[in-house]
Design a protein around this ligand. Structure first.
Ligand SMILES: [Fe+2]
Length: 264
């Protein structure tokens, strides 16, 4: 398995606080059968408001520490360092000055949980014009999309893969999140799943339970596609198949319509 989204790089964000915590998380990943970790620390506007220098040195230090841990403890897992970038006005500077892309092409892009920009399609168009493909990070956790999933449709139809958090479909991140995750699976609108692991307690890895859940529900081929094949393509900068989706609300049956009339 490849974990495309996690916060194990030590002392950078709200994930692994120090090297000891990073080591425990790495050991857990190996125990669950993860062979490659894409480390994606949060990158917010505040992180680079005074320039990109501090961020670069934090990432370099974290990377040195992780590589030292892997060799000291002989851990059989590869790592790639990228970032989970919160959508912000400084995006052009970030893309120019920092190594945030996965496979030199993909950008793990997250939006604020309570609001998404109105001109999102334009924003995505501008990013893709630069040869960068945004991966929409955990869309199922974004409130406006929970209320109206159809607002996501155009982004996927523009070719953006989606990455759902494993905790979302396992039900650890709340009922609304679980509901949208399931809706996206039902509509073939999920291209990757990731742990988004922050620690070993409240936000643990769950890669193996996620793989088992997907296998049981949709079969081993689909589980492999979301946790191994597609993340592997992303790492190599290869194309991931993103087909047009229909995220319109389910059509209500004549029984539902009758019940609504009776209730009103
Ligand atoms: Fe994350």
């Amino acid at each position: 398995m490849i974990d495309i989204h996690n916060h194990m790089l030590p002392a950078v964000d709200d994930g692994a606080k120090n090297v000891d915590m990073a080591l425990s998380m790495l050991q857990e990943a190996v125990r669950q059968g993860v062979e490659h970790l894409v480390l994606t620390p949060h990158l917010y506007e505040a992180d680079i408001i005074k320039g990109t220098g501090d961020w670069k040195s934090k990432i370099e230090a974290g990377k040195r520490n992780i590589l030292a841990l892997l060799s000291e403890h002989n851990l059989p897992v590869k790592v790639t360092v990228a970032a989970e970038v919160r959508y912000q006005d400084m995006l052009p500077i970030i893309l120019e000055e920092l190594d945030v892309l996965i496979g030199d092409k993909y950008l793990l892009l997250e939006f604020a949980f309570h609001s998404v920009p109105n001109n999102l399609e334009r924003i995505i168009y501008d990013i893709t014009r630069k040869g960068v493909i945004p991966i929409i990070a955990h869309p199922e956790r974004i409130k406006p999309w929970q209320q109206d999933p159809q607002r996501l449709e155009e982004l996927i139809n523009m070719g953006c893969p989606t990455q759902v958090d494993i905790g979302s479909f396992l039900g650890t991140l709340g009922p609304n999140t679980e509901k949208l995750a399931n809706f996206l699976f039902d509509r073939d609108a999920v291209h990757l799943v990731g742990s988004d692991s922050h620690n070993l307690e409240s936000r643990p890895l769950y890669s193996k339970p996620g793989y088992d859940w997907l296998t049981e529900r949709y079969g081993i081929e689909y589980a492999d596609m979301l946790l191994s094949v597609n993340p592997g393509k992303i790492l190599k900068g290869e194309a991931v198949e993103v087909y047009p989706v229909d995220l319109s609300p389910p059509k209500s049956s004549w029984k539902d319509k009758l019940l609504n009339i009776i209730k009103s």
